[in-house]
Design a protein around this ligand. Sequence first.
Ligand SMILES: Nc1ncnc2c1ncn2[C@@H]1O[C@H](COP(=O)(O)OP(=O)(O)OP(=O)(O)O)[C@@H](O)[C@H]1O
Length: 256
Amino acid sequence: MVSEERDVVAIEATNLRKTYGSEIALDDVSLSIPRGVVYGFLGPNGAGKTTTMRLLTGLTRPTSGTVTVCNVPVNDRRQLADHVGYLPESPPLYDAFSAREQLDYVAELRDLPSGVARERIERYLDRFELAEDADKRISTYSKGMKQKTAFIQSVLHDPDVLLLDEPTSGLDPRAARRIRESITEFADAGTTVFLSTHILPVVEAVADEIGVLFDGRLVTEGTPEGVQSLAETGEDGTLEDAFLAVTSQEAAADNR
Ligand SMILES: Nc1ncnc2c1ncn2[C@@H]1O[C@H](COP(=O)(O)OP(=O)(O)OP(=O)(O)O)[C@@H](O)[C@H]1O
């Protein structure tokens, strides 16, 4: 990340709250994430990570609070679409298409010029070792092959902000490494990456900043080193130690 990019805020969320009936999924969460940053978003099951990502992409409306991405209010879905790429937990893929057809289709939806689309699709298919299978139907793909296709689909239009929900899920070590490398390359080129995952070594490897969500609240935010130091396990403390320390402190406080 280039240092002056820190001045430009890519994701700004203010006092976000989301309730489902009496259930508070998200409680007063504010985020200010600069351009070019990889933000690792952590939290136990049910903490509200997917809810947050859906609010940041305008797919769910907040009960209260506001979100802008690249200065675009997220309820302006048409303008937002150019800026944002989203890889959800269960990515939308059309089983009857091949990967190439799926990616052509998405490129068309995104209004990519055909030459640019062709070059990017072939480059990504090669990069993720999908080229040989790219004309087979997605219904015949393994989980990892589907995940790679979905990742490519989310980055095809070269978004300014990329939100990734468990991007390495189901991937073999080589493919997972390719994703990690891609995340770093995107961030170096100025893309902001919002990365939600339970795989803490992935966060350790790529994140510039970390936020920990617990029970709908953002309970810790900082650099990986800063968050790791919260584990108070000395220099060898890992992010996993820190995650367990922070979340068990919060659980103990809730039970008091
Ligand atoms: N559509 C919905 N209707 C009712 N409750 C919901 C809905 N979506 C989420 N919730 C609730 O909001 C809370 C947060 O869920 P969310 O899926 O955001 O968690 P998460 O951190 O992504 O969890 P995981 O790590 O298990 O994927 C949970 O208590 C969940 O039951």
